[in-house]
Write a protein that binds this ligand. Structure first.
Ligand SMILES: C[S@@+](CC[C@H](N)C(=O)[O-])C[C@H]1O[C@@H](n2cnc3c(N)ncnc32)[C@H](O)[C@@H]1O
Length: 308
């Protein structure tokens, strides 16, 4: 197991970060990337960043220098005109990788794209992590607020906002149990699920190990009001009966006038999912599946929209 990462403190001038964001985006737009050419990007990219910008990256802990190589501490991902630093520190310990596709956490980006945001909608993102959902809502014309209990997440979300110069998006450190939902047209969440292993303190950590408990809490607290939509991207442990999840949701809502739109996305055998989880967090692959997961066969991810 790894010990906790230090909480990064960013100290940049917004204008410098915006310039950095523009340079990186321009660079990413011109590239067609696949696995084979990933490693070539390192040196190529570095020639674009002058000393000042590299200093900004280093001073803010976004990049570290090791054996005269620059290594990203956060994984830069670019898609849909949004550049995000995601919390995968030293994703590869030797090479610097730049991921330009939606392959990384593809489900999150697909969910972000699917959000039913209309211009002028007020959007609340519960457990904002990198800020992805709030920032995407802003790009689509919404007025967005992201909240997260983890200070590392809030700092990262603010950095991602400045990198993309989406000034008006607000991020607040707070428990979603203290957030008020009344004035929002759309409330979205990708509740934490199974990522708390090893207590790494990454931006997406926090909450319980299964997404169900947090989804239940959120639904019961923010039951959709008239003309309001609640959207979730959730991973659910399933046994053989796929109706278990929708039955549970009906029990939690207790209101027949709420429409439940459940869209299964993909599924993994539980063992495959577990190994992926260990790999991402660089935990030994022999670490056993917790006993409470063992009676399930697979993990299914859903987009879920509740409306009235
Ligand atoms: C799966 S991550 C969200 C990822 C995010 N949608 C993204 O794309 O980066 C879940 C987030 O919920 C946050 N969280 C967990 N419990 C919370 C709570 N009680 N209040 C607010 N945020 C919470 C975690 O800190 C974590 O950042």
């Amino acid at each position: 197991m790894k010990s906790s990462l230090p909480v990064t403190r960013f100290s940049y001038e917004t204008s410098t970060l915006t310039r950095l964001g523009e340079i990186l985006k321009e660079y990413f737009r011109r590239k067609t990337v696949n696995q084979e050419v990933q490693s070539e990007l390192d040196s190529d990219l570095l020639t674009l960043l002058n000393e000042d910008l590299l200093q900004v990256l280093v001073m803010n802990g976004l990049v570290q220098i090791s054996n005269e190589r620059y290594i990203w501490n956060f994984l830069p991902v670019y898609s849909d005109n949004l550049l995000l630093f995601c919390d995968f520190p030293r994703f590869e310990s030797v090479k610097t990788y730049v991921w330009l596709s939606t392959k990384f956490s593809g489900g999150s980006w697909t969910f972000a794209r699917s959000l039913p945001v209309k211009k002028g909608d007020h959007v609340l993102d519960l457990g904002t992590g990198t800020g992805l959902l709030a920032l995407m809502a802003r790009l689509r014309g919404g007025i967005a607020l992201g909240v997260d209990i983890n200070p590392r997440a809030i700092r990262l979300a603010q950095l991602n906002r400045d990198l993309n110069s989406l000034d008006s998006v607000e991020f607040q450190r707070r428990d979603w149990n203290s957030a008020k939902g009344d004035q929002f047209d759309l409330i979205v969440s990708q509740p934490p699920f199974g990522f708390s292993l090893g207590g790494l303190g990454l931006a997406f950590n926090g909450g319980s190990i299964t997404g169900l408990q947090t989804t239940k809490e959120i639904i019961q607290r923010f039951n959709p009001k008239d003309h309001q939509i609640l959207g979730f991207f959730i991973h659910v442990l399933e046994d053989d009966s796929h109706s278990r999840f929708s039955r549970l949701i009906q029990e939690w809502i207790r209101d027949d006038s709420v429409n439940i739109d459940l869209q299964p996305q993909y599924s993994y055998p539980i063992e495959v999912w577990w190994q992926g989880l260990l790999r991402k967090q660089k935990i030994d692959s022999s670490f056993p599946i917790p006993s409470e997961f063992q009676s399930y066969n697979e993990v299914v991810s859903y987009f879920m929209y509740l409306s009235k």
